[in-house]
Design a protein around this ligand. Sequence first.
Ligand code: ATP
Ligand code: MG
Length: 571
Amino acid sequence: MRISNLLLPTLREVPAEAEVISHQLLLRAGFMRKAAAGVYTLLPLAWRVVRKIEQIIREEMDRQGGQEIMMPIIQPAELWQESGRWDVYGPELFRLKDRHGRDFCLGPTHEEIITSLVKGEVNSYKQLPLLLYQIQNKYRDERRPRFGLMRGREFIMKDLYSFDRDQAGLDVSYNKMYEAYTNVFSRCGLQFRPVVADSGAIGGSDTHEFMVLAESGEATVLYCGDEKCGYAANQERAETFSAASPITNALEQLQTVATPGCRTVNEVTELLNVPPEKIIKTVIYTTDKENVAAMVRGDREINEIKLYNALDCVRLDLADEQTVQSVTGAPVGYAGPVGLSGVRLVADPEITKMVNAVCGANEKDKHLVNVNPQRDFKPDVIIDLRLVKAGEPCPHCGSELHEARGIEVGQVFKLGTKYSKALGGTFLDENGKAKPYVMGCYGIGVTRTMAAAVEQNYDDRGIIWPVQIAPYHVIVVPVSNKDQKLLQAAETIYNGLNATGVETVIDDRPERAGVKFNDADLVGYPVRVTVGSKGLANGQVELYLRRDGETVLVPLNNVVGAVKAKLRQMD
Ligand code: ATP
Ligand code: MG
């Protein structure tokens, strides 16, 4: 391809709306343009990258026995009503009506469609296991579309669904996909980590997220400092163990004390001169069913995902001031579990080990001291609610946990029989007995993976594509467009490389060498071949390697061999 013909609109300025590096660089380097919030057109180079990622994914899915299909993007509401998700999915679901007024949605995921498909076609245990996948645009009306391709409203996803006879079969399919994902992200040249993830209210099911480690990641990952242990979890799910010592102090008498204007843990600790771990932090929430008082120690934070999972509810919100007033009889900042009725009391296990603690008195400007949970109140639920942080002990081995930011590029999930039961998807086993399929689902964000690759591979001059997914491998740059001999040599190299399968562009624009070099660095081709008159006079051209900035002179008669050797080293 000739740069003079290529739609590659590079920009000099950093676009104002772009907050993260991948968004900035993919716009600046001419890979994409915005059509609407969270909706982008991918230009030729981006599309080449996407197709390479897709190809790697296809090969790894097929290797595990996956069969590629293509399901409809438009999905009838009836299936979503049957699974119960039409109401639960909320405003993220793009909904539409056809000319007859029937409801449809644009697929954010395909469990309903595929279960109903398989239900019609697969009736015997002999047809299982079955792994079906597709690579397709997905639609989610995200509350905050942002960071370019990272969180779009339209994006490309690979989704695979596994159908097995039983749990043991699902375990096998899950492990296959886990291995396939590891291969995919390794082959894309990414640094990543599979982490234990939250499976939502279904609970108990295994799920892992594949996280590309990068500063801009929206997720927090906690991982064990001991590499041999290998524990790693999304913070939403991360556990630790409670090091609280057994109760030895005598229980003192409960008292009310004045704490005027003290609403926060900090204010109360200062006034009463107690450490934060002596305080029962009580936070009021509302759900679609009830009001909830959640309790953690004053030096901890509440993990709202854990709280949500503990509460069989659809919606969980922090209570507003009015609700707090009506639930506790006091303004925000004075809630406490003692004598609190009409709300569900949910306590972290650490709370039950506290002695002579401090909590709000459910009265303005008042707190209680010498609160003893085992004596003064009874939680309805005792469950891990704690947001685990770096520095706390690993739940497996006790070593210190570390924290990193991660971009979720993929997730593998054991669904079990949730959808097969809801939609009546069954097969007959050896004894002729009808059983629901045991299912798994497995997604990879293709466009998000491209953005994540940029987040991990750039410098102040631009993108540095991993060679495996680079849009082109090589750019040939004649430094002058006036010297015919030089142009001729550049053309010969360009043709020679392409003829042997090295994906090569030539910058044939009548631009200064500096402009061409800057654009090449911005776009991020792994290798640049610079053809200059001085080198030519000695029968040489220069190879410049984008990642490490190394330059080497190679003889004109072995450019193809030298380039191929360098590319092999990068692979
Ligand atoms: P997130 O928590 O980031 O919203 P998710 O857990 O809802 O993602 P899944 O349903 O697991 O996403 O989808 C599978 C994959 O699709 C994700 O791992 C991610 O790579 C990608 N993905 C999800 N939402 C988006 C989006 N809005 N834009 C781009 N890619 C996305
Ligand atoms: Mg996910």
